[in-house]
Design a protein around this ligand. Structure first.
Ligand code: DGT
Ligand code: CA
Ligand code: CA
Ligand code: ZN
Length: 580
């Protein structure tokens, strides 16, 4: 059994125990256990098999025994029994907005609801609204959530496809018949969600490559299979397309299958203006021309160069002015992962994170970062165990003490993710915020305000001089919950006027503020902070998704506050307060 599978079982156990109403501390132990199993630096499944888990911090005896059972037998009796108490489709109900363990348990107990389909039926029939704790409003919210999910049923978030994309690409590249290979399509363009993965390989023996591809262990079923292409489904329903071309055709095919469609159309028009047609295989002179003047193409960049363009990074290929900028030599030098020097907005066990302050700091140092910003929830976010003033001050002291140990080589910034209350006031008084190094302000409740009111709410928060940055601007959860109604340009304007940084929340669920708005923000002089919003040490790595989105938003290292080194970033955090 893989560590991912074992971690998933611990997660499922936590969900089912919540439904049973078990002891919250026990439930938490399983969640922490899942995180440890997923992120332990050693081969934890081998340790489990060999009964060597004693040294693994955070795993109690009960979990160690269970992990041993999983690692040696591939199953867990406790889990099988627990599972047997509930219908198979029940855990999926946790993904519906407006449903928590209590409501799910009631739906199951009173109405026999065991799946999303059952849930829809009892909502539509009026049965759900008659349950205690349910009103018409709850039911409307549930139905809207089901509809939103269905609308996006054929899409995948980037965290869901990154693993398979890399695994299948490596498998293709490892084939002796394959000269080069890449993932194209929306994945390569850094889109926040994708419909499918598009693989491209160069080979003289396409049939052999196709056969090897459809025989990969990750492939669950074959949708279509031809001489140079194939489409398959993976276990989770993700579709993967493969195209095999010759090595000479590869750069053209890479351009074509990377898209976007609109970008391709614009490229083709440019080629036609030079007397060539452009398709996925070649430049071809039109009107019976001789081919004179068609330059040699070996790499993708050669295609762009032939058209008088600088190389256009895949993230920019949305036909949003990138051709004009490439022609004028004015493409931005896009930010890279290695440009990041630190990360703000991270949680610890003090609120709803799964790693301690010290574990988070150690993990950030291991990633080569120079600083880590802590921003646990504030008291109004009671469901996330938000900190009150007393606990916040204790955390600040703990952070200062920890910093003494680092002797200036690394720094933890003490912050908060303070709730923006319904009227735009903040969950902490200004005097409290003034004791911190920085402050992220975010909306976590009352999402259903009219647009004008929500916009006023955010702008009021932005106008507080202690608010260093605005967290996840629209509150969206990709494929699960739409953005709340808010006038984004007006919020950007207010951020520009006050010197407030806007967060690019790097969680694959959020990627909020959306990449489509960053060019406007940059034009107005608003700085971006790529924030992992990490709830575990592993969560820090979500910055990778944030960097993709930032690149898609045309951002360079100079636009991003956490590209600043320690020693300069402090000034950026204080800049707003000092001008106020
Ligand atoms: P999605 O929906 O997330 O899969 O988005 P894409 O962009 O990956 O779309 P997909 O998989 O249908 O096609 C991959 C690329 O192939 C697309 O970005 C551009 C190219 N392509 C596909 N169909 C056409 C077409 O009809 N015309 C042109 N010009 N390009 C196409
Ligand atoms: Ca695609
Ligand atoms: Ca496709
Ligand atoms: Zn938040």
């Amino acid at each position: 059994m893989t560590r991912e599978a074992a971690a998933q079982i611990f997660e499922n156990i936590a969900l089912l125990m919540e439904l049973r109403g078990d002891n919250p501390f026990k439930i938490r132990a399983y969640r922490t256990g899942a995180e440890i199993v997923e992120s332990h630096p050693e081969d934890i499944m081998r340790l489990a098999r060999e009964n060597q888990l004693d040294g693994v911090k955070g795993l109690g005896e009960a979990l160690r025994d269970k992990l041993h059972e999983l690692a040696t037998t591939g199953r867990l009796e406790f889990y099988e029994q627990l599972r047997g108490e509930f219908p198979e489709g029940l855990p999926e109900l946790f993904e519906i907005q407006g449903l928590g363990p209590k409501k799910i348990a009631a739906l199951h107990r009173e109405l026999g609801v065991g799946s999303v389909a059952d849930l829809r039926r009892v909502c539509e029939s009026g049965e759900a609204a008659r349950l205690s704790g349910f009103g018409d409003k709850t039911v409307v919210k549930i139905l809207a959530s089901i509809a939103f999910r269905e609308e996006h049923a054929s899409e995948f978030r980037i965290d869901q496809v990154c693993g398979p994309a890399m695994t299948l690409l490596e498998a293709l590249r490892a084939l002796p018949q394959v000269a080069r290979a890449d993932v194209c399509g929306s994945f390569r363009r850094g889109k926040e969600t994708v419909h499918d993965l598009d693989f491209l390989a160069a080979s003289k023996r396409p049939l052999e490559v196709i056969d090897a591809f459809i025989a990969l262990p990750q492939v669950q079923s074959v949708i279509a299979r031809g001489d140079t292409k194939a489409s398959v489904h993976l276990e989770d329903g993700l579709q993967c397309d493969l195209r095999v071309v010759s090595n000479a055709e590869f750069p053209f095919a890479l351009v074509y299958f990377t898209g976007s469609k609109e970008h391709n159309v614009a490229l083709r028009q440019r080629a036609l203006a030079r007397g060539w047609s452009l398709n996925e295989y070649a430049f071809t002179p039109v009107d019976g021309g001789s081919g004179e003047g068609v330059p040699p193409v070996h790499e993708e960049a050669d295609v762009h160069r032939a058209l008088g363009l600088d190389f256009i990074e895949p993230e920019l290929r949305e036909n949003a002015g990138e051709l004009e900028a490439a022609e004028a030599g004015r493409l931005p030098e896009l930010v890279r992962l290695e440009n990041l020097r630190g990360v703000f907005h991270n949680h610890t066990t003090a609120s709803d994170g799964r790693a301690s302050l010290r574990e988070m700091a150690d993990a950030a140092r291991d990633l080569g970062l120079q600083y880590l910003g802590i921003a646990d929830h504030s008291k109004s976010s009671f469901q996330a165990n938000g900190l009150d003033e007393r606990r916040l001050r204790a955390q600040v002291r703990a952070i200062r003490e920890l910093n003494d140990e680092f002797e200036g080589e690394f720094r933890v910034f003490a912050g908060t993710e303070v709730d923006i209350l319904k009227d735009g006031s903040l969950d902490f008084a200004d005097e409290v915020l003034a004791e911190l190094d920085y402050c992220v302000a975010s909306v976590h409740n009352v999402f259903n305000l009219p647009e004008a009111e929500m916009t006023r709410r955010l702008i009021r928060a932005i106008e507080n001089p202690h608010v260093t940055m605005l967290g996840h601007l629209t509150g969206r959860l990709l494929l699960q919950r739409p953005a709340y109604a808010v006038d984004v340009p007006a919020v950007i304007e207010a951020a520009a006027a006050t010197g407030t940084i806007i967060e690019l929340n790097a969680s694959a669920w959020r990627l909020d503020m959306d990449w489509r708005w960053w060019r406007l923000a940059k034009e107005k002089g608003v700085r971006c902070s790529i924030n992992p919003d990490a709830h575990s040490t592993r969560g820090l790595q979500d910055v990778l998704f944030g960097v993709r989105a930032a690149r898609k938003g045309w951002l360079t290292r100079r636009d991003i506050v956490n590209c600043l080194p320690l020693g300069r970033v402090e000034l950026a955090l204080r800049a707003k307060l000092e001008r106020a």
